[in-house]
Design a protein around this ligand. Structure first.
Ligand code: FES
Length: 175
């Protein structure tokens, strides 16, 4: 396929396309995408992982958060083509409805969500925080989740969920 000029389309008039390969939640997946497509679009529309949400599409809300090669990223800010060859973990990879992760369990037990739209961002931010800070203060938790918007909970229940998840992890570590 020959690239055209600066108009960003091929000679056929179609946007350039490519096949990308990702390891998603431990499974090797391939997707056909246009060079202009966002990672969140490919994750949702081609790989059918709909728990990664689309909110603002400009990096403000956190609903599209996932882990890319071990780093949490907002997948609406990345072109899918740039993730070719990467390891991706979506929120689906944190636990299952039958077997929630301890963090998800804490959100469930403490009403840490209502509609669940913001969960990807809050869960990944909490996971990152607890990995480096086993006993975070409420202020540290609020700082860690600051890049994620929730319209339902008023955030206090999210803070409580993360504080309790950290406490449960400490109990397990001490046992
Ligand atoms: Fe990506 Fe809002 S959809 S940050």
């Amino acid at each position: 396929m020959s690239m055209s000029d600066t108009s960003g389309v091929t000679e056929s008039g179609q946007p350039p396309r490519r096949t990308i390969t990702l390891t998603v939640n431990g499974e090797r997946r391939t997707a056909e995408c246009e060079d202009r497509q966002l990672l969140v679009e490919v994750i949702r529309e081609q790989l059918h992982l709909k728990a990664t949400h689309v909110g603002c599409l400009n990096g403000d809300c956190g609903a599209c958060t996932l882990e890319l090669d071990g780093q949490i990223v907002k997948s609406c800010l990345l072109l899918a083509a740039s993730a070719d060859g990467a390891e991706v973990r979506t929120v689906d990879g944190l636990g299952t409805p039958q077997e929630l992760s301890p963090l998800q369990e804490s959100f469930w037990d403490n009403d840490g969500f209502q509609c669940g739209f913001c969960l990807p961002g809050h869960l990944f931010a909490a996971r990152d925080l607890i990995a480096v800070n086993a006993d975070p203060t409420d202020e540290e938790i609020r700082h860690a989740i600051a890049g994620n918007l929730c319209r339902c909970t008023g955030y206090q229940r999210i803070v409580t969920s993360i504080r309790e998840a950290a406490a449960r992890a400490r109990t397990v570590a001490e046992a």
